[in-house]
Write a protein of this length. Sequence first.
Length: 104
Amino acid sequence: MIELLVLISLVVWRIVRFLLRDSLIEHQRDWLYGKIVGDMTHQAPWRDKVYELLDCPYCLSIWISAATVAVADRYTTVPLPVYVWLAGSAGSMIVWRIVEDPEE
């Protein structure tokens, strides 16, 4: 069980890191953020929340962890999947804090 949790945490961290920081998709990420933010003179409050969801590693890790647990459960037996989902997100944030800039 602990091995599965560590594996899921590392997978979640890597996917979130790829989506938020890696330069390979930098232009696509900037384009998406531009579409979400839109016209700054007529900013809708929901756009701020969607942007935050996609730009915050803590927020994004919740949803990436859910998808990762769903895939893992499809191919293996994941005991207590809801707990593993949240623990996977928390574990990825521990990795995030160790590996990424501690000033964030």
